[in-house]
Write a new protein. Structure first.
Lengths: 386, 74
């Protein structure tokens, strides 16, 4: 196949050009879809939108919603983009923060499933499973540290608000006149609204239809972007990984970030690392920084989605996107630079993978515990706390 | 110069020599590890298909899980 590409570079160039055009169109659709959710909530709920999200005002409930939604959809980019849309529609930022934290945990299920494909391969499975679950343990540890701090002091919320104000001057992004996205996104949104209203639908029904369409669009668009980018970015991803070999953890984190930005999917980056670790060529300490970089790189999608939002809630949409970025960046800085904290995910992943190699019931137990039993217990007990 | 001092100097020279040799071997090993890692990265295309095999991964796992369940509880 490579030979064919070499023999016909003009055809390859044309194909790549078409793929990039496709990506640009899909990104545009993503922005429209995020705008649809925001507009939908404004139409359907108006000023009462905040009350709609009361059910998730308990941070543990919001966290669990983030975990489960991402585990089911298997894409944190999709979930965080939807969260940006919900914030634009009136969901309070303090409810969105635990959801974003939960999305980090939920996305880890993908690479764990990839590692299960090596279940009959003895030591390879042990190494692959450890490389997959180190991401889980890091993200769980990060939530254990930062969620209580956030509930008590609202540090991330304040930092996000400060940065968002700094970037857009405390008013809606459109007011500043720098937002070139608005004139691009508004026409299809208005067209949709006018079409729905034209057939005699009420504001409530139009709003709900926009929300449903927006969520569906985001899901399909991000899946399509991921599939195309996987194909066109494989060469670039290889170059980045080649450059990181033998250069230490900072280079590993940077590479993980860059690859995730390029493929727009943290689970693609972390899943690619799994077979490399499984073969024993990369050890657990070497793959660890790549997975952390994936956490940082994945925040680009929500930041991009936030640029689609206009109006009074635009600043809050940008705030939650920035919080997503800050949370992941600070998480890496704090946990990875403090050796006792840094070692917790490594030891936990090593222990679990040793048990998993002995008996696969440990794997099933672990997945049930993290994605079903603990969330249910947390929701139950948190109702007493909050 | 006493015999002890001569012996000490000889040992120090030997340690220095071994340390240089050890550093050389470590560098050689590191180079081999890195070559192996570069080769594995070159094979990355083959792993891309694994990302779309969620269902077969889970099916494979459930088969093994069933076997382990039987072994543990029978």
């Amino acid at each position: 196949m490579n030979e064919a590409v070499v023999q016909n570079p003009a055809a390859a160039g044309s194909s790549s050009w078409k793929q990039w055009l496709g990506i640009a169109f899909l990104v545009y659709l993503l922005l429209v879809a995020v705008g649809m959710i925001g507009s939908g909530f404004k139409l359907a709920a108006g000023p009462q939108a905040k009350e709609l999200f009361e059910f998730a005002s308990n941070p543990i409930t919001a966290l669990v919603i983030g975990v489960l939604a991402t585990a089911l959809i298997q894409s944190s980019s999709t979930v965080t983009s939807i969260i940006v849309g919900l914030v634009a529609g009136g969901m309070p930022v303090e409810i969105a923060i635990p959801m974003v934290m939960g999305a980090n945990i939920g996305t880890t299920v993908t690479n764990t499933i990839v590692s299960l494909g090596m279940v009959r391969q003895g030591d390879d499975f042990k190494r692959a499973f450890a490389a997959a679950t180190i991401h889980d343990f890091f993200n769980v540890l990060s939530v254990i540290i930062f969620l209580p701090l956030e509930v008590m002091f609202g540090v991330l919320e304040k930092m996000g608000a400060y940065l968002a104000t700094l970037l857009v001057g405390g008013e809606s992004m459109s007011v500043k006149g720098f937002n070139f996205i608005k004139p691009l996104v508004k026409p299809p949104l208005n067209l949709l609204k006018e079409t729905f209203h034209g057939i005699g639908l009420s504001d409530l029904i139009v709003g709900v239809a926009l929300i449903v369409l927006g969520i569906t669009f985001i899901f399909f668009v991000i899946t399509a972007i991921g599939k195309i980018l996987k194909v066109i970015m494989v060469g670039k991803a290889k170059d980045i990984l080649h450059n990181a070999v033998g250069r230490g953890p900072i280079s590993g984190i940077t590479s993980g970030t860059l690859i995730t930005v390029l493929v727009q999917s943290s689970s693609t980056t972390t899943s690619l690392i799994v077979p490399l670790a499984g073969s024993g060529v990369f050890n657990l300490r070497q793959v660890y920084p790549f997975t952390l970089g994936a956490n940082i790189g994945t925040t680009i999608t929500a930041l991009l989605a936030a640029t689609a939002i206009t109006g009074v809630n635009a600043i809050f949409a940008l705030q939650i996107a920035l919080i997503h970025f800050l949370y992941n960046l600070i998480g890496v800085l704090v946990i990875y630079t403090i050796p006792p904290l840094r070692d917790i995910p490594i030891r936990a992943a090593e222990l679990l993978s040793t048990l998993a190699q002995r008996n696969k019931l440990y794997v099933a137990g672990y997945m049930l515990l993290v994605f079903v039993i603990i969330p249910l217990i947390l929701i139950g007990t948190s109702e007493l706390l909050f | 110069m006493s015999d002890i001092q001569t012996h000490k100097q000889a040992l120090e020279a030997k340690i220095g020599e071994l340390e240089t040799k050890l550093a050389g071997l470590k560098a050689e090993l590191q180079k081999e590890v890195e070559t192996e890692q570069h080769d594995a990265i070159d094979q990355l295309d083959f792993h891309y298909s694994d990302l779309d095999s969620t269902f077969s991964s889970l099916k494979e796992f459930l088969d093994v899980l069933r076997e382990d369940f039987r072994k543990t509880f029978s």
